[in-house]
Every structure is written in C-alpha cells, then in structure tokens.
Design a protein around this ligand. Structure first.
Ligand SMILES: Cc1cc2nc3c(=O)[nH]c(=O)nc-3n(C[C@H](O)[C@H](O)[C@H](O)COP(=O)(O)OP(=O)(O)OC[C@H]3O[C@@H](n4cnc5c(N)ncnc54)[C@H](O)[C@@H]3O)c2cc1C
Length: 487
C-alpha cells in the first residue's frame, strides 16, 4: 500500500463508502480528480466473498432509505437507479392494531419515494459501484482494523482485524498510514470517536442503550405463503399484538420480511417478557399466544436464528439481548487536525424514526457542500461541518427517543388517527395551512431536524387541544341529553 498522504476513511459501511464516492467525484479547475487516491479501511472481510457471506447474513436487517438518504445517493451519477433496483420501493404501511394478521389492518398510503433494503445490500451495491467506476481512485483495504490515531502527526495505525484485540503484541503486523484528512465512519463503537474524545478533553460523550430490548429475524416469502398468510410484498407492517408490551415492525425485502420484535422495558429486567424465553417451548408458546396467526412462522424463523435444531424438542436457549444505542458527541471534529466523524460514529440512534442511515447519508451530502464552501481546505471544513451538523444530529436524536412498546393499542391508535387526519388535511387544504405530520416531515422532506423537533412540540400541543375539545364536546352532549335526569 503506497503511503503518500491521502484522505483515509475508517469504516467501509454505508456512510464510509458513500463518503469515498463523494470525494472521488470532486474535480479541480482542470476537471481532474481532486482526490486521486482515497483509502477506505474496513475491519471485516468483503461481504461479497463466499466465505464471508454466512457471518454477514446473520447480522442482516432491513433499513428504510427515505427522502434525505435518497437525495444524498442521487448526488453520485448513476447510483440512485441501482440502489432503487436493489430495494423495494413501497408506499403502503399497514398498521394492524386489532389483529395480528398481516392482511387485516389500517392501510395508510404514503407519498414520496422510499425504499426498504438490507443494510448489507446497500454495502454490496456501493462496493460494486466503486469497483465498476472508481477502482483506480478508491482503494478498499478489507480485514484492517484501525487501533490508534496520532492526530498531531496525522498518522493512523491499522492491524489485521484478527490481531486488533491485542494491539501491543502485534507491533510487527502494524501498518502506519499517513492521512491528509481522516474521516471516521466506523459505526457506534467508533475508534476514531474514542481517540478524538481522549485527545480533545473538552469533547463530552454520552452513550446509553435504548430501554427496550429487541430481537430480529427474517421470514421468507415462501414461508409466509406456505402458512397461508395474506401479505402484500411491498408493505411496511406494524403489529400491536394482543399481549401488551411487544411491538412488531416489519420491513419488506425482495425475498423476505425483516422482522424486529421490540419488548417493553420493565423496571425489573426479570419481569420483561423477553427474559422468560429461556427454552424452545417457552419461545413457541410466546409466539403462538402473542400472534395467533403469525405465531408459528415467527417461531420457526426465530428458533432457527437462535440455534434450535429440532422445533419439537425442548432445548435450553440463551437468546442474546440486543439494545439500540444512542451515542452523542458534543463535537464531531478535531480542532487542529483534519479529522472528523460522520454517520453512526458521530450519532448512533435507535431506528424509531428511521433516520440512522438517512442522517448519516445527509452528513455526507453536507460534508460535500462544506468542502465546496471551504475550497477543500481541510483546516476549515471539519469545523464548518460540525457547526451545522452537530445540532442537527442532536435534534434527530431527541426525536428518536420515544419507546415503541409501552404505548399499547389505544395510544398507538390515537396517534395514528391524528397522523392520518393531519396528513389528509395537509394534502387537501392549500399549501402551508396545515403542516405535514412529524413522521412525514422526517421521511418525505428535507426540513432541518431542528425545525422538525419544534414542529413535534407544536403538533403535540395541537393534538392535546383537539383531544380535550373532543372530550368536552362529547361530555357536553351527554350532559345535554341526560339533563333532565340531573336537574
Ligand atoms: C435493527 C436495525 C434497524 C435499523 N433500521 C433503520 C432504518 O429503518 N432507517 C435508517 O435510516 N437506519 C436504520 N438503522 C440504522 C442504520 O443501520 C445505521 O444508521 C447505518 O448502518 C449506519 O451506517 P454507518 O456506515 O455509519 O455505520 P455502520 O453500518 O455501523 O458501519 C461501520 C463500519 O465500520 C467498520 N469498523 C468498525 N470499527 C472499525 C475499525 N476500528 N477499523 C476499521 N473499520 C471499522 C465496521 O465493520 C462497519 O463495516 C437500523 C439499525 C438497526 C440495528
């Protein structure tokens, strides 16, 4: 690997690879690439290689890329079309409040493009796109984990990923790489973020798991069909099952439904339904009782994921509890070194409002605008980036902090009713009279997150006023109708 100074991107996930593409298309006044060589370091293997497929497929989940993310993707000529083909474009959301059956529930048709696509599929599309169009400019080094950073000398130290846990024993295998700019896109447990906050003591950091545990799996279309479950392949489903304290959210893919099951948080973790799933029979009872129609197929798919070998035999289980994380940095850049963090490395958030990848792609889009403004001067660009994006990330993180399971069917139904009502009024009345509901401001527009946060506060207040007026009107009518019994 030649070691001339170059921009180095740590982490070849969706945000890192899109960043590499955005740098690659930047041209100087002579229309030559401003960054003739860009290096991406990814600690895992190439997910397209056969021997890596199994380990990646265990961690596959679907994400929704909506307006903000698609806008960023469209900045790379030719990429949007391939991304749209790789995912499922959907405008149907079915909210099954009274029944667990996928086919029976309130269908809401949403406007605006959005796709549901596997996180790993996004990476695969970006890798193929880079290989086909920018292979001479973007070098991706797989299996290389960054373990140390010297911001002052502008150097990073990388090790083969298998040795990264023992960095001090592996000095011979260590590779020192100079960087002209360092972009940390290495996800929620970012090493670039960690080194940044250790090097700049004024940076405050916060990391907290979301209170609700979750488990996820995929159910193939074949399994759904053979269980006679009526489903629409291009629909996002949410199911509020009969047993309170669980919420099912499912995103479509070309061949399967990605299912996230979120459990209610309890003060005493032992009370959480999740904690009782200690053997295969309890797991089966849990699914068949909670979801009378979907139960068996859900059980089959989760049981397979959790290593149940015989579906009809009692087997002890140790199901790992997953928690979505929130990580916050008070600053995304180094004050004196050309280094910054983007995507989940800078602002991990639970996917409750579906903005993780969208906000990360938005970072890339904004970084490119800042580089235009700073004429690619990396002594200025990181601070300019931070000024705008850090407060925006904080705003969307605030928006994503609600819990999904505790609301129960009544609150869920009420909120859905308000949202549908607001959405219909916003589209029927002259533009500007009624604002779109918050979920649509997030997914269909590019309104800054800080404004969406303010909109949520005012929409919540309006909702309360409408609800109180409705309750008092009904109370008044009941009073009038029964007046003679009172006086
Ligand atoms: C179940 C689930 C559902 C989600 N649903 C949605 C959704 O609907 N909509 C949405 O917008 N978002 C969603 N998200 C969030 C979304 O997946 C993330 O925001 C997105 O993947 C972040 O991309 P990233 O590239 O910043 O980080 P990552 O995807 O985490 O990629 C980071 C990369 O860096 C590599 N890396 C880490 N450390 C090192 C190191 N030391 N050296 C080199 N490489 C390193 C990792 O191997 C990885 O490939 C969801 C997340 C989960 C878990």
């Amino acid at each position: 690997m030649p070691n001339s100074k170059q921009p180095v991107i740590v982490g070849g996930g969706p945000v890192g690879l899109l960043t590499a593409l955005y740098l690659a298309i930047r041209l100087d006044a002579d229309q030559k690439p401003l960054y003739p060589r860009i290096l991406v370091l990814e600690k895992r293997g190439d997910l397209r290689e056969e021997n890596n497929k199994e380990s990646y497929s265990k961690q596959e989940y679907n994400v929704v890329i909506s307006y903000r993310g698609l806008q960023s993707i469209s900045g790379i000529p030719g990429l949007l079309e391939v991304m749209m083909d790789g995912g499922i474009s959907y405008s149907r959301m079915q909210n099954c409040i009274r029944s667990d059956e996928l086919g029976k529930g309130l269908v809401v048709h949403t406007q605006g493009d959005k796709i549901s696509i596997g996180r790993n599929k996004v990476v695969q599309i970006l890798l193929d796109f880079i290989q086909q169009n920018f292979s001479s400019q973007i070098a991706i080094s797989f299996g290389k984990a960054v373990v140390d950073i010297d911001f002052k000398q502008q150097k990073i130290c990388a090790l083969p990923a298998s040795r990264a846990r023992h960095p001090f024993e592996s000095t011979q295998e260590a590779e020192v790489i100079d960087f002209s700019a360092l972009i940390g896109t290495d996800g929620s447990r970012s090493i670039v973020g960690e080194k940044l906050r250790r090097s700049v003591t004024e940076i405050s950091y916060f990391c907290q798991p979301h209170p609700e545990p979750y488990i996820s799996a995929r159910i193939s279309h074949e399994d759904l069909k053979s269980a006679n479950i009526d489903f629409h392949p291009a629909t996002m489903y949410t199911v509020q099952p009969r047993i309170k304290g669980i919420s099912l959210i499912s995103l479509p893919n070309h061949d399967s439904l990605g299912v996230n099951l979120v459990f209610e948080h309890r003060k005493n973790p032992e009370d959480c339904l999740f904690s009782n799933l200690s053997d295969s029979f309890k797991l089966r009872d849990f699914f068949t009782n909670s979801f009378p129609t979907l139960g068996q197929v859900l059980y089959n798919s989760f049981a397979m994921k959790f290593g149940v070998t015989d579906l009809n035999t009692l087997q002890q289980l140790n199901i790992p509890k997953n928690y979505f994380l929130t990580t916050k940095y008070s600053q995304f850049h180094h004050p004196t070194s050309p280094a910054l963090i983007l995507g989940d490395a800078a602002h991990t958030m639970p996917p409750t409002v579906g903005q993780g990848i969208n906000c990360g792609f938005g970072d890339v889009y904004y970084l490119s605008a800042v580089l235009d403004q700073a004429h690619d001067d990396w002594s200025k660009a990181p601070a300019l980036f931070n000024e705008k994006r850090q407060p925006e990330a904080e705003a969307v993180q605030k928006l994503s902090q609600f819990v999904l399971s505790e609301r129960g069917r009544f609150v869920f139904g009420l909120r859905l009713g308000f949202e549908v009502g607001r959405s219909i009024l916003a589209r029927r009345l002259p533009s500007g009279w009624i604002q779109l509901p918050v979920t649509q401001l997030l997914s269909h527009t590019n309104v800054p997150y800080s404004q969406v946060l303010r909109a949520r506060q005012s929409q919540f207040a309006t909702g309360c006023v409408v609800l109180l007026s409705a309750i008092s009107s009904v109370g008044y009518m009941v009073f009038k109708a029964t007046k003679r019994f009172w006086v």
